[in-house]
Design a protein around this ligand. Structure first.
Ligand code: PMP
Length: 427
């Protein structure tokens, strides 16, 4: 494959944009090659600046569940653009999308639109803090909730009391309010809550952890957290930025039957445009400005183009059998990838929930961040590079989920297995 144009664009971008990219993982650093620059996409395929085609399992990191450039979504965006790109004033479209969200997530009694997942989680946490009058929050190691200061914290060895900042620039004074626990470890979480009794505003989690690959909650984990939050007056924030409208119309909460007090959404609800949302219990949401005193705002929040893309997308997802079809494609994908790995004798743990999945390059199943072995991402990196050269676009990190779209055909999946057979053999 020729990557001349991508290489030239990357060199140019490096001169003006830090690392040449506007979001770090796009730089392909952890997979040891240079990024491809994208020119366009359609359906299941994405095309780079050199004209190479790839079957795309990134889907803009989740939003493109309909495939790229679905005609109805394109039409909705075009129509909205012709009526005005932004007003900074309320529109009916915001109500329509909000009502669609409430229909899918009955625990969302009120919802506010923002422009990214980061804004959604950051604002939900502020709200939980304002509502409870408590400062500490609890998150799980390996769960990503965007890049707000208090969320860029992972577990240090002494994590039971104080967090350790992951990123320079996060003051230790902020980080100390973020407690971290091991995903899927209810006993540890309970102990941490007990040690900080009456001080924790919220527990935030990905109900299926897609930012360490694809880790499903163990039976009882979500139920246990729900009960713990009830007992302790802690706000449970379920971050469904990735899983919302992905693993079911009603997200992970519908799949597992456990509901948060607040919910964060993003990605799919924007149909590929910048949208996030947070919502939940009326009595909590009513504390938000201008009804209450907890401040949150946005010049482009509820943007008409973004609302239109979201509405058009959700309408299509509501069609009979949509999620059954995604499940069928994803199950077929899982089987084919397993067969390719087994035939090549490569130990893998393929983990999948609905249309999100991850192939870990180790035999042992992953239940939490520490379960990913040190050598696993290195094996993945080699696999990734071969797949890319074979025309398959995977997320460039072992710690990311892959996404199925409704536009992936059986022929696409079969072509992927052929490429995978080769990539597995070359490891
Ligand atoms: N929460 C989760 C679960 C996410 O996966 C992400 C992004 N991948 C975010 C929050 C942050 O969303 P954004 O990148 O739109 O700020």
């Amino acid at each position: 494959m020729n990557h001349q144009q991508s290489a030239a664009l990357f060199a140019r971008a490096m001169q003006i944009i830090p690392g040449g990219v506007n979001s770090p993982v796009r730089a392909f650093k952890s997979v040891g090659c240079d990024p491809i620059f994208i020119a366009r996409a359609e359906g299941s395929r994405i095309y780079d600046a050199d004209g190479n085609a790839y079957i795309d399992y990134v889907g803009s990191w989740g939003p493109m569940i309909l495939g790229h450039c679905h005609p109805k979504v394109v039409e909705a965006i075009q129509q909205a653009a012709a009526s005005g790109a932004s007003f900074g004033a309320p529109t009916e479209k915001e109500i329509v999308l909000a009502e669609m969200v409430r229909e899918a997530y009955p625990n969302i009694e009120k919802v506010r639109m923002v422009s990214s997942g980061t804004e959604a989680t950051m604002s939900a946490i502020r709200l939980a803090r304002g509502y409870t009058g408590r400062d500490k929050i609890l998150k799980f190691d390996g769960c990503y909730h965007g890049h707000a200061d208090s969320l860029l914290v992972k577990a240090g060895s002494g994590a039971a009391t104080f967090g350790v900042p992951t990123s320079p620039g996060v003051p230790a004074d902020f980080a100390k309010y973020t407690l971290t626990a091991t995903y899927n470890d209810l006993a540890e979480t309970r102990a941490l809550v007990a040690a900080n009794k009456g001080e924790i505003a919220c527990i935030i989690l990905e109900a299926i952890a897609g930012n360490m690959g694809c880790v499903a909650p163990k039976p009882g984990f979500l139920e246990g957290l729900r009960q713990l939050c009830n007992e302790e007056g802690i706000v449970l924030i379920v971050d469904e930025v990735m899983t919302g409208f992905r693993v079911a119309f009603g997200g992970a909460q519908e799949r597992y039957g456990v509901r948060g007090d607040l919910v964060c959404l993003g990605k799919i609800i924007g149909g590929g445009l910048p949208v996030g949302a947070f919502g939940g219990k009326r009595e909590i949401m009513e504390r938000l400005s201008p009804e209450g005193g907890i401040y949150q705002a946005g010049t482009l929040s509820g943007n008409p183009l973004a609302m239109s893309a979201g509405i058009a997308t959700l309408k299509l997802l509501k069609e009979e059998g949509f999620y059954a079809r995604i499940e069928e494609k994803s199950a077929y994908f899982e089987k084919g990838m397993r067969q390719a790995a087994t035939a090549a004798g490569v130990p893998t743990s393929l983990q999948r929930v609905g249309g999100m999945f991850c192939t870990y390059f180790q035999a042992e199943e992953v239940f939490n961040f520490a379960d990913v072995k040190a050598e696993t991402p290195k094996i993945f990196a080699k696999f990734f590079r071969t797949m890319l050269e074979e025309g398959i676009n995977l997320a460039p990190s072992q710690y990311e989920a892959g996404f199925m779209s409704i536009a992936h055909s059986t022929a696409d999946l079969d072509q992927t297995f052929e490429a995978a057979a080769k990539a597995f053999k070359e490891l």
